[in-house]
Design a protein around this ligand. Structure first.
Ligand SMILES: NC(=O)CCC(=O)C(=O)O
Length: 264
C-alpha cells in the first residue's frame, strides 16, 4: 500500500479559497498512491479559533466537493483531513472525511477530545462520540485527530473494532514536537499498528507548526518522517506486518481488562 501524507503549510497570508485549490492540485499529483492523507483543519489552521465560525461548512460543503473531485481525478482513497463542520443544528465539529476513489464519502469522524482546555476548540466545538473505523482494500483504518493522540484508550477502542492502521491528521505546534513523535511511536508500539500522522507546516494564529509528519510501523520503527516545511511524504507499507507483529509478539492478547482502583 502506497501512502502519501501531504503536510500542508497553513500560513495566514493565503485565503481558504486559494489554499483549497492548491491542495486539490497537490492531491491530483498523488495519482499512483493508494491512500492520501491531509492534516487537521487545513482550511483555517487548527489554532485559528477566531475563524472557525466564519469558515465552518456543512458536511457537503466546498471542501468536501473539491476534495471528492480531486480524489476521483487521482483515483485514490483520500483522508481529506478535517474541516470545521457546521451541523444543521448550528453546532460546530472538527470533522474528518474519508473519500473513496470515486469521490464518495466512505467515513466521517468527529474529533472526540477537543483541544484548548477552557478556550478555543474546547469551548467552540462539540465533541464527537463515536469511534470510527473504515475498511479500505489493504487494511482497516482507525480514525483519530491531533489531541486524540494523547488518549490511549481511544486507540485501544479502535483496535478492538479491528483497526490496523491509525490515521491521525493534526495541527501540532512546534513547541510540543517531542510529544508528537513520542506519542505517535507509542500508539504504534502498544497497538501493534501502523500510524500515519499528518501535521501542518507554517505559522497560523501566531503558532509555529511542528511539521514532522510521521509514518511508524507496528514495531515502532519510523518508516518516514517529514521536515518542518510543506512536503509530501510517500511511503510503501506492507499491511501484512500488522498480523505478523501481533502473531510473533502477541502482547495484545495479554491485556487484563476491568482492573479496579485500589481500595482505601
Ligand atoms: N489541534 C490540537 O489538537 C492540538 C493538540 C496539541 O497541541 C497538543 O496535544 O499538544
Amino acid at each position: 500500500m502506497r501512502a502519501s501524507l501531504i503536510q500542508i503549510a497553513v500560513d495566514k497570508g493565503e485565503s481558504v479559497e486559494v489554499r483549497r485549490l492548491r491542495v486539490a492540485a497537490l492531491v491530483r499529483e498523488q495519482a499512483g498512491a493508494d491512500l492520501v492523507v491531509l492534516p487537521e483543519l487545513w482550511t483555517t489552521g487548527a489554532f485559528a479559533f477566531e475563524s472557525f465560525g466564519q469558515a465552518a461548512e456543512p458536511l457537503d460543503g466546498p471542501t468536501r466537493e473539491a476534495m471528492a473531485k480531486a480524489a476521483a481525478d487521482a483515483g485514490v482513497w483520500l483522508h481529506a483531513g478535517s474541516i470545521p463542520e457546521r451541523d444543521p443544528d448550528g453546532t460546530l465539529y472538527n470533522t474528518s472525511l474519508l473519500l473513496d476513489p470515486s469521490g464518495g464519502l466512505a467515513a466521517v469522524y468527529r474529533k472526540i477530545h477537543r483541544f484548548g482546555f477552557d478556550r478555543g476548540e474546547a469551548v467552540m466545538m462539540g465533541a464527537g462520540g463515536d469511534l470510527v473505523t473504515a475498511r479500505v482494500p489493504w487494511t482497516t483504518l482507525g480514525l483519530a485527530t491531533c489531541y486524540d493522540l494523547r488518549f490511549p484508550e481511544l486507540f485501544r477502542g479502535l483496535v478492538d473494532a479491528g483497526a490496523e492502521t491509525l490515521v491521525i491528521p493534526a495541527g501540532w505546534p512546534e513547541r510540543r514536537r517531542a510529544h508528537w513523535t513520542l506519542l505517535a511511536r507509542a500508539r504504534a508500539v502498544e497497538n501493534q499498528a501502523f500510524v500515519l500522522a499528518c501535521g501542518t507546516a507554517g505559522t497560523h494564529a501566531g503558532v509555529p507548526q511542528a511539521g514532522h509528519s510521521i509514518v511508524v510501523d507496528p514495531w515502532g520503527e519510523v518508516l518516514a518522517e517529514a521536515g518542518p516545511g510543506e512536503e509530501v511524504l510517500t511511503v510503501d507499507l506492507d499491511p501484512a506486518r500488522v498480523a505478523e507483529t501481533r502473531e510473533q509478539f502477541p502482547a495484545l492478547k495479554d491485556r487484563v481488562l476491568g482492573l479496579e482502583p485500589p481500595r482505601r
